[in-house]
Design a binder for this molecule. Sequence first.
Ligand code: ZN
Length: 342
Amino acid sequence: MRDEKLLEALTQIWGVSGYEKDVRKFIEKEVKPYADEMWTDAVGNLIVLKKGTQGPGSRKIMYCAHTDQIGFMVKNIEENGLIRICNMGWNWAGSAYNERVIFRNGTVGVVGCYGPIEEAKNQIEKLFVDIGSSGREETMKLVKLGDCCTYEGKYVHLASGKLCSVALDDRLGCYQLIEALKENPGTYPNDCYYCFVVQEEVGTRGSKVAAQQILPDIGIAVDITPAHDYPNDLTGSNKIGGGIGIKICDPSVIADEMVVSVMEKLCAEKSIPYQREVIDRGGTDASSMNLTGAGARTGGICVTTRYPHSQSCVVDAGDIEAGIDLMNAFSACDFRTEEDNL
Ligand SMILES: [Zn+2]
């Protein structure tokens, strides 16, 4: 991998939706030497522009990766000191059960269930967090109403070049954007906006605001997508290690035909392994960019992930790197020719 230490560091920063500041500050330091312009907006999006040569075939390309991760928010503290929680993003009760969670101030707790977990189905209101305290007062010294917690999950290597960590959704996208920016020579025709956006997990909120500032011609979501090649409750064709996913469709967006055809052509020309990506559940920031201003041609660069939205997301290192290669090739494209061809 180009810089595995950077990816690992990104996954280990605490940043539940709405509270992504530490992630943003870390990224700011990384990207600053490479940016032509950069700014942070009122909601906390970090937008980094690397200018292109702006010839007749050049376009404004917006790449979007989200800085937030799923978690839980404290909604009540019981007399006995246990903490009732609600969702920040989409969580599986089953993967939360008996797991460790960590609050922003470092307080650690374990997730338990009122009754058998099998009967909780996916009702997060059946879960609680136990920080080991003996009562409400003691808990409230460490945790306030409205505080958030998220999973702990070390970054480790699995067999066959696979990686496992918490928050790979979507810190791997942040990593891909940072690396692509570093490799952008400034001689591409297109203005490239590398956007590190907030609150994707609670309804693609940051990207809506970022897209309105940029009004991109082309918007690309750089994110994970669920795998279908292991026993689970989703069906489809996404394979881990099967190359970078080129988004065709998800319930929130239909990728633009020109964007898809250019991406496929570039992968073939440059021997970048890829797969066409279709999912029938979920969505990405692509939807925000698609419907901004007078509309934007939209697509997605997706890394297939097993156990998504858990403390143990599993991805293939080669898929991540292929995504960076594809972004670079895409950024270098003359879209005048490509649009004329369709
Ligand atoms: Zn995501």
